[in-house]
Design a protein around this ligand. Sequence first.
Ligand SMILES: C[S@@+](CC[C@H](N)C(=O)[O-])C[C@H]1O[C@@H](n2cnc3c(N)ncnc32)[C@H](O)[C@@H]1O
Length: 303
Amino acid sequence: MKHLLVKIANTLTAPVKAKRFSLLKEQGLPIPIAAALSYLLNDDGGTAAVIHEIEEVREDIKKAGNQLVEILYSPKPGSSGQMTHPEIRPEPGTRLNFSMERVALTGKNKIWGSVLYLLARESKAQTILELGSCAGISAAYLSASEHCEVLHTIEGSAALSRLAQDTLEKLDRKAIVHNALFDDALDDILPQIELIDLAFIDGHHEKVATIHYWERIAPKTRPGSIIIFDDIAWSQDMRDAWLYLSKQPAFCDAADFGPIGVCICGEQSGVDETRYWDLQSLLGKQQVGQPHGWSRKEGDVVL
Ligand SMILES: C[S@@+](CC[C@H](N)C(=O)[O-])C[C@H]1O[C@@H](n2cnc3c(N)ncnc32)[C@H](O)[C@@H]1O
């Protein structure tokens, strides 16, 4: 059945996709999400110049080839316990060494980087927060928007945070790289920030940890803030995180792009139900991964 769904979505003709896209807009698909979807369907976002400058920097990083750099890998599902509560401080995963080439390719590719850029640009986000800088590639896409006044990005690896800093300086971005674990950096950053317009959560891909980071950020959001959850199909555990998060009453809209999930904060009162936009039916079905064979087991709590 899964395979059949993949086939159906991928074989939609261009006119059918265009018709479905118009329908979604008529139904009130929020503007930043519509811009990102239009780009994925029609390659029409005006992103060429942004892609060009960032991909040149990525190529430079790749040239360092086999040189090794430390990265924090995502921990096993369940490593933060089974339930989220305000006091947890999720333990990060193992520290591994990746080659510079691999690190350059770990960053969002030019298509999804452009989606990030369009979400930031079309929502006019001024204050942006990123969890997981790696080499600074996604931070470069997010902060390419002319509306960005400051981007805070957090990275637990000292070597990667230096690399991200270098990337963002080369591109002359208004960005601050924080070298710390997510929770420790949030302790410092959150009291300094009045409101977060856009947050990108892209590291520590474990269900309870992901929900925890959203819960930490939530008090600093406003109606219209955008929260982007990356790698929601990386594992069944992350898919479960998305299914939980996308139903939270704080969100008025939740769009499932397949690899990423995008939520928009609503008025804290008045919105009872989150509108769910299943964009996979238009973009193609994303298979859920099984890193290290991790899958849901009997007895696992689905939040
Ligand atoms: C998938 S990569 C980020 C890719 C980047 N956003 C991009 O697209 O260019 C995730 C990053 O988060 C960092 N990380 C993972 N868990 C962390 C934690 N608990 N605290 C700080 N950094 C963490 C890793 O070292 C890694 O560089």
